[in-house]
Design a protein around this ligand. Structure first.
Ligand code: FES
Ligand code: FES
Length: 258
């Protein structure tokens, strides 16, 4: 039955909040899955994303470190629930093997931060544009917000795994010595990216600014400041600490080739 006039307008007005509420709920449900999940540093909510408190999410999609727990409904392990299908995932992170059961849409970043409590890698844009989530997968730098955990079959190294025998990685020491940070939000991603950068340069990989004759040359690439800037250009720093970041990478490079 079509409703017209004032009565109809009143009904539409009354329907408004309900619709909005339903919309918000469905947003939150999406947020409990992969890419939209998780807050910024430390798990705080990200305004406007529908992301919820991670503690909330863990209850809705219970996964423990051994991968033995099922969902909260008690119907058993790994049942596909309203959030979507799940998979058993084995992640090797910083030398430790973790067996998890994850929603198939869970990104590596969310798996690290929300299931393994490794909060070094940060969620900045969640769209592969800022580099705050950079970790090493099989020794190569990747934006972990763009990689599904179920597709990650190589060892993962996060900033928490760079130190050796109680000693910081040379790049971590260089960042401290050069005061190459302000708020520090981008720093774990910058450091992981720089670790891979040094390996890439040592292997002779050219960059966009490498002169053609040098790109064809054998041996390690010459890491000029322009090279470092170009090779670190996928890692944004909202505080603008770039000059000191370049200094720190150059120092660590000198240290490692000495
Ligand atoms: S959070 Fe992954 S690139 Fe920005
Ligand atoms: S130090 Fe603040 S974003 Fe880089």
């Amino acid at each position: 039955m079509r409703v017209r006039g004032r009565e109809g307008a009143a009904r539409v007005q009354n329907a408004g909040p309900t619709r909005r509420t339903v919309g918000r709920l469905s947003l939150e449900r999406v947020g409990s899955g992969a890419a939209a999940g998780g807050g910024a540093a430390g798990g705080e909510s990200k305004p406007g994303t529908g992301a919820r408190d991670p503690r909330h999410r863990r209850k809705a999609n219970t996964v423990d470190r051994e991968g033995t727990a099922g969902r909260d409904d008690g119907r058993g392990e790994g049942r596909d629930g309203p959030e979507g299908p799940t998979s058993s995932v084995t992640l090797r992170v910083n030398g430790t093997v973790h067996a998890l059961r994850l929603d198939n849409r869970t990104t590596l970043l969310d798996a690290l931060r929300e299931h393994l409590d490794l909060t070094g890698a940060k969620k900045g844009c969640d769209h592969g544009q800022c580099g705050a989530c950079t970790v090493l997968v099989g020794g190569r730098r990747v934006n972990s917000c763009l990689l599904l955990a179920v597709a990650c079959d190589e060892p993962v190294t996060t900033v928490e795994g760079l130190a050796r025998d109680g000693r910081l990685h040379p790049l971590q020491e260089a960042f401290v010595a050069r005061d190459a940070l302000q708020c520090g939000y981008c720093t774990p991603g910058q450091i992981c990216s720089a670790v891979a950068l040094l390996d890439e340069a040592a292997a002779g990989h050219p960059s966009h600014v490498t002169p053609p004759h040098a790109a064809r040359a054998e041996g390690a690439a010459d890491l000029t400041r322009d090279e470092i800037r170009e090779r670190m250009s996928g890692n944004l720093c909202r505080c603008g600490a770039y000059p000191h970041i370049v200094d720190a990478v150059a120092d660590a490079h000198r240290e490692t080739v000495r």
